[in-house]
Design a protein. Structure first.
Length: 201
């Protein structure tokens, strides 16, 4: 198996590398293996896999939204459920990831979005423009004059405060812990183990 093929005009990615009964089998450019999308020329997570992880996590959160956003339940109890039911979908296979900054930003934004949905005023802005007012005489919506310099779309609760409220850490910290545990696990294996050879090759 050849990973991270560098396709060039002189050396294009082969359409087939094996035949069965003289019938060439298609050599896929991307495929799903053990629930993870892999691409022939991407050493990072890959856009398709990132979107798949985010989609799976959002689906899990939507499935359990009623419980996870129930403000009558203790926040830490709901956080524990979220980590078990949703974060596991978002970070599946993260021990082998080498994410780009853009990919990490998308995953982090999604993770923070879940936290904001679980707390009070999680999506409240510092100084958003006022809503349109309804003119009773003409029964129409009127624009309220707004000074653009005074409008501030930042969240009132920033990410640092968000992690403090939820007693959690950024998703990057979770990646680092999982990757460290994986390296520790591989290091303890025999030197002739195929996983150890591939990891440190």
């Amino acid at each position: 198996m050849v990973w991270n093929w560098q396709e060039t005009p002189e050396c294009p990615y082969p359409d087939s590398i094996i035949s069965l009964n003289n019938f060439p089998l298609e050599n896929g450019r991307s495929f799903k293996y053990l629930g993870v999308w892999l691409s022939f020329n991407d050493i990072h997570i890959g856009g398709r896999e990132v979107n798949c992880r985010i989609s799976c996590a959002k689906g899990a959160f939507a499935e359990h939204r009623k419980m996870l956003t129930n403000k009558h339940m203790h926040l830490q109890t709901r956080i524990n459920f979220m980590n078990g039911l949703v974060r596991t979908r978002l970070t599946y296979g993260c021990h082998a990831w080498c994410p780009k900054a853009s990919e990490l930003s998308k995953l982090s934004s999604t993770y923070n979005h879940f936290f904001r949905s679980m707390i009070y005023n999680g999506f409240k802005r510092i100084n958003p423009p006022p809503l349109k007012s309804k003119d009773s005489s003409e029964n129409s919506m009127q624009d309220i004059p707004v000074n653009p310099e005074l409008v501030d779309w930042r969240f009132k609760i920033n990410n640092i405060q968000l992690y403090d409220i939820t007693k959690s850490k950024p998703i990057q910290s979770f990646f680092e812990v999982q990757q460290s545990k994986w390296i520790e696990h591989v290091t303890r294996r025999e030197n002739n183990d195929i996983i150890k050879i591939l990891t440190f090759h």
